[in-house]
Design a protein around this ligand. Structure first.
Ligand SMILES: [Fe+2]
Ligand SMILES: [Fe+2]
Length: 302
């Protein structure tokens, strides 16, 4: 097979980006088993996430809660986010494996995808242990969503797989950048967030790179279908991040707390602010179509 000079230049450039990602992961990766102080006790007043990120922060209900209740809620919200993180990481590992099944084993693309899977394995164990430490439990997505997500693994290819991964990673990244420096956040949680932020920054570069590659020459219909599917995945991830059980764990009336959280303007503004860069990228990639925008608006990502 002959390739043009332009195709050759593109291949060299692409492999350069991926080789740099591979070498960065060799130089800076963490072992959460030894980095996180799993044996240190957690202060009952320590937070799991910065209070400003709590779904009830800024509401009258939040003000009416005791400091212990507030701290308990933030720890359970952290456990819920970590649990949904595990669920999505399991999905994305399968999507990655399917995507690279027939790729050349010697390419940096193939090898970085496997490196990412290895990272996600460590992350999911770290999140499981973190949730157990902070809240004594993990959370599951809604059972119907849990079942429906099996379909995603079967149909997600190219930009649908990589941009869905990017959406989940970007949302978590913005939150965790704050939590890793959060005053009053449990030290173990800060370390978990630091590890995840560092290692995910490479995954996000990879996902952006693969999205751009996949979208080259994509027509209007494909942009519409892919944009819609990616937004749907984003919608369900964001909606699932904080499961209703966290309110029960903090001794609140679940229905009341869910309603207060749903209409919490502070939290909605924070979500929009967090997603600015992601939306810019989706727009540049041609994936922020009209219907996709409306889906993102429903969960205040735009
Ligand atoms: Fe991860
Ligand atoms: Fe990742």
């Amino acid at each position: 097979m002959t390739i043009t000079a332009e195709e050759f230049r593109e291949t060299v450039e692409r492999d350069g980006v991926l080789e740099r990602l591979l070498s960065s992961s060799q130089q800076l990766s963490y072992d959460p088993q030894t980095e996180v102080d799993w044996d240190a006790p957690v202060d009952p007043l320590a937070h799991g996430v910065n209070p400003e990120w709590c779904t009830l922060y800024g509401t009258d209900l939040w003000e009416s809660m005791t400091p212990e209740q507030q701290a308990t809620l933030t720890r359970h919200e952290a456990a819920s986010v970590a649990s949904i993180g595990i669920w999505f990481e399991m999905l994305l590992q399968q999507m990655l494996l399917v995507d690279i099944y027939d790729k050349d084993y010697t390419t940096p693309e193939f090898q970085f995808a496997l490196t990412e899977i290895a990272d996600e394995c460590r992350h999911s164990i770290m999140f499981a242990k973190g949730a157990q430490l902070l809240a004594g439990r993990t959370y599951m997505p809604h059972p119907r969503l849990h079942r429906a997500a099996r379909l995603l693994k079967l149909i997600a290819r190219g930009e649908v797989a990589y941009t869905s991964i990017l959406v989940a990673e970007e949302v978590l990244d913005v939150m965790q950048r704050d939590w890793m420096r959060g005053e009053g956040v449990a030290p173990q949680m800060k370390t978990i967030c630091k590890i995840h932020v560092v290692e995910e920054s490479r995954h996000m570069k990879f996902a952006r790179h693969e999205t751009i590659e996949a979208m080259k020459g994509a027509g209007r219909l494909r942009r519409q279908v892919s944009g819609f599917l990616i937004a749907t995945v984003g919608y369900y991830i964001v909606k699932s991040l904080v499961r209703p059980g966290v309110y029960e764990a903090a001794g609140l009336d679940v229905q009341e707390a869910r309603e207060v959280a749903r209409t919490n303007k502070h939290h909605q503004a924070l979500m929009r602010l967090s997603c600015i860069h992601l939306m810019d990228f989706l727009s540049e990639a041609g994936l922020l179509t009209g219907p996709a925008k409306r889906i993102y608006q429903r969960v205040h990502m735009i």
